[in-house]
Design a binder for this molecule. Structure first.
Ligand SMILES: *Cc1c(COP(=O)(O)O)cnc(C)c1O
Length: 431
């Protein structure tokens, strides 16, 4: 090695002749050259803080690219410098994550909240308004409604599950003539599964443009992605994940990601370098392991969820089941679902008789399904949003958002569905 630029990767092949390979077929190999690591079939864990430059000239070239001092040459890739800037486990993971959403660029983070906080801070400035859907994941809701106002950013919320024609005017009034750099969405909403039409919000965001700057639309796609919903294809600018959930998938890591086109990701990647919110090599390695089985897991979980939802919908002690797979064709939400989603996923919210007392009896009686927050892992989990994940939201607002005292949220895992149903049946007997 002389100090020449690192040659552009030849192992990022996505085609055999004219045939395009699906994401699940390349998750074991994409972006990794075994010959750079003694032929190891798996990408090793590069547990290192810093990287040796072959020459001073190479080090200079690496920094020129890292700081954007010049454009890369035609076959030049960024060199490895320091693990807060880049690391093979992080870069290969990001290349692989980008494949599922058809994104140009990706940044992996050490948590979903790190992805969300870094992305929002990269775009917002004092005096700005952040428009967001409601309800949101508890951590996002706290950051947006408690932390951001301390930095001079005003949140303006609108409820999920309604057309922008109905809720848009109220948002416009709340914004006034202030700048709106971001419209932030969660669809389907947690825990109610209320849907938002992404393309409709993208069109609405254009009408909030001020001084020629159009707000970017950011979608937290944790609940359905990256298998069953691709927000970038519906006009969103950035998609965000808590990779702790389906992408990690084994309830053994905390991680996050943000994806989108290069220009929209550039401020996020830049701020990540200086906040140091990137994922470490060990997390990157674990997530690459997880991505190999992502499609199998999410497909098995979705199949199980269908059986569980059907069972719950028939049960006398269950008042209502909120599951995308049970939407009726005459429901206005069904049209959004058909347009935007490729599957209903594996999160079910359902209302039990007897309010909080009924819900707690049920949760305490579960044997196979574990009583825990989080979701998307191989094991089934159930929790009580009103007193757990959404406890921060005042009771009146909870009810307005559909978070009733008898509501239970379940994340369906990969167990046998008949075993899950046997457990739910005996726990419902206790209600
Ligand atoms: C869990 C979750 C987050 C936060 O992610 P962490 O990995 O826990 O930091 C954000 N959004 C949604 C929808 C989540 O479920």
């Amino acid at each position: 090695m002389t100090g020449d630029p690192v040659p552009k990767a030849t192992y990022k092949k996505r085609r055999i002749g004219g045939h395009e390979l699906r994401p699940e077929s390349i998750m074991m190999s994409y972006g990794y050259d075994p010959m750079l690591s003694e032929g190891a079939i798996k990408c090793p864990i590069f547990q290192t803080s810093t990287f040796v430059f072959p020459t001073a000239e190479a080090g200079k070239a690496f920094f020129e690219l890292a700081y954007g001092l010049r454009e890369p040459g035609p076959s030049e890739e960024p060199g490895l410098i320091y693990s807060r800037l880049n690391n093979p486990d992080l870069e290969i993971l990001e290349d692989r994550l980008a494949v599922w959403d058809g994104a140009e660029a990706c940044a992996a983070f050490e948590s979903g909240m790190a992805a969300i906080a870094t992305t929002l801070l990269a775009y917002l400035r004092p005096g700005d308004v952040l428009v967001h859907s409601e309800p949101l994941y508890g951590g996002s809701e706290h950051f947006i409604t408690t932390t951001l106002p301390e930095f001079g950013v005003t949140p303006v919320g609108f409820p999920a599950g309604h057309a922008m024609a109905t809720v848009g005017e109220r948002v416009r009034t709340g914004v006034g003539n202030r700048r709106v750099p971001i419209v932030y969405l969660e669809t389907p909403a947690n825990p109610t599964n209320a849907m938002i039409d992404i393309a409709e919000v993208v069109a609405f965001a254009r009408t909030l443009a001020s001084g020629g700057a159009i707000p970017i639309v950011v979608v937290d796609n944790t609940f359905l992605g990256p298998l069953w919903q691709h927000p970038l294809r519906h006009g969103a600018d950035l998609v965000i994940y808590s990779a702790t959930k389906f992408i990690g998938g084994h309830s053994d890591l905390i991680a996050g990601a943000a994806l989108g086109r290069q220009s929209a990701m550039a401020p996020v990647r830049a701020l990540r370098t200086f906040m140091g919110t990137m994922a470490g090599p060990w997390t990157g390695w674990l997530m690459m392991r997880s991505l190999e089985t992502l499609k199998m897991r999410m497909t098995a979980q979705m199949k199980n969820a269908r059986y569980v939802a059907d069972f719950l919908a028939e049960h006398a002690k269950v008042r209502a089941v909120h599951y995308l797979g049970l939407l009726r064709e005459d429901d206005p939400q069904f049209a959004v679902y058909r347009k935007q989603c490729m599957g209903p996923g594996s999160l079910i919210a359902f209302e039990l008789d007897g309010g909080e007392v009924g819900a707690f009896r049920f949760l305490n009686a579960l044997k196979l399904v574990k009583l825990a927050v989080s979701l998307g892992g191989t094991e089934s989990l159930a929790e009580h949003p009103g007193t757990m994940t959404h406890a921060d939201i005042p009771p009146d607002d909870q009810v307005r958002m559909g978070i009733t005292p008898g509501l239970v949220r379940m994340s369906v895992g990969v167990e046998h569905f008949e075993d899950l149903i046997a457990d739910l049946r005996q726990a419902l007997d206790a209600v």
